[in-house]
Design a protein around this ligand. Structure first.
Ligand code: ADP
Ligand code: ADP
Ligand code: ADP
Length: 213
């Protein structure tokens, strides 16, 4: 299955992507994770992306599309994938359609995680990420046994630089200006399914998996 997850920053895309990808036995492809790993490694792509990420702005389409094209050409993506955080603009969505059409295939479904702004701000402000296994936590909603330590692998948890209040505001603005139009784009293709992404993580996962049938 070829699936895209859309939703505002903090909607729970990364959290749900892990479960949905495992359920479907497809690779989870997160453009945010790929950019962050390039930043950490100090690659030219990372150096370029960091300027935008730190400001809460989207990385330019051309850079992002080229990166996704390379990732989708890897053998593990040939039978299906779950895209988390891509596309985020109409040109990115059009490029993805073209890329897949050239391979003789197409997206099956676009799942929209629907959450209001207040909840998104609560979720982003308390988000913590594990430096070891990448698991996503929340300081309030799923506190770990030992503060600041991952219950799954024992490594340290950190707060993303872009989860500061000023940057959060810019990211939400970027979302409503540039990414929200994708709801109409995929709606017009008849591929969009929106689900309520509030409530316990497991309940959202159940709704997501039900929506895939
Ligand atoms: P979140 O989990 O808050 O939605 P991500 O981890 O997906 O954030 O993305 C973090 C940052 O990486 C974005 O604010 C943006 O700068 C960059 N980024 C990720 N995906 C894209 C994309 N498809 N297009 C442009 N920039 C992106
Ligand atoms: P090249 O750069 O040599 O033209 P492609 O980017 O077309 O290679 O991808 C190489 C191979 O990977 C394709 O022949 C195809 O089998 C597979 N592949 C990559 N991404 C996808 C995808 N999204 N859907 C189906 N097959 C894919
Ligand atoms: P996104 O990838 O869309 O930016 P994340 O998956 O990183 O979102 O989730 C943002 C924050 O919200 C994380 O701290 C995560 O633990 C938390 N979170 C995710 N889903 C839920 C949920 N259903 N209820 C409460 N908190 C959640």
């Amino acid at each position: 299955m070829r699936l895209v997850l859309v939703g505002p920053p903090g909607a729970g895309k990364g959290t749900q992507a892990e479960f949905i990808a495992a359920h479907l036995s497809v690779p989870k492809i997160s453009t945010g994770d790929i950019f962050r790993s390039n930043v950490t490694q100090g690659t030219p792509l990372g150096v370029e992306a960091k300027r935008y990420m730190d400001a809460g702005e989207l990385v330019p389409d051309e850079v992002t599309i080229n990166m996704v094209r390379d990732r989708l050409a890897e053998p593990d993506a040939s039978e299906g994938f779950l895209l988390d955080g891509f596309p985020r603009t109409t040109p990115q969505a059009a490029a993805l359609d073209k890329l897949l059409a050239d391979l003789g295939t197409a997206l099956d479904l676009v799942l929209e995680l629907v959450v209001d702004d207040d909840e998104v701000i609560r979720r982003l402000s308390g988000r913590r990420t594990c430096r070891g296994c990448g698991k996503i936590w929340h300081v309030e909603f799923d506190a770990t046994t030992r503060p600041g330590v991952c219950d799954r692998c024992g490594a340290e948890l950190f707060q993303r630089d872009d989860d500061k209040p000023e940057t959060i505001a810019t990211r939400l603005r970027e979302y409503s200006e540039k990414t929200a139009p994708l709801v109409d784009y995929y709606g017009a293709q008849g591929k969009l399914v929106g689900i309520d992404a509030t409530g316990p993580v497991e309940d959202v996962t159940t709704r997501a998996i039900d929506a895939l049938r």
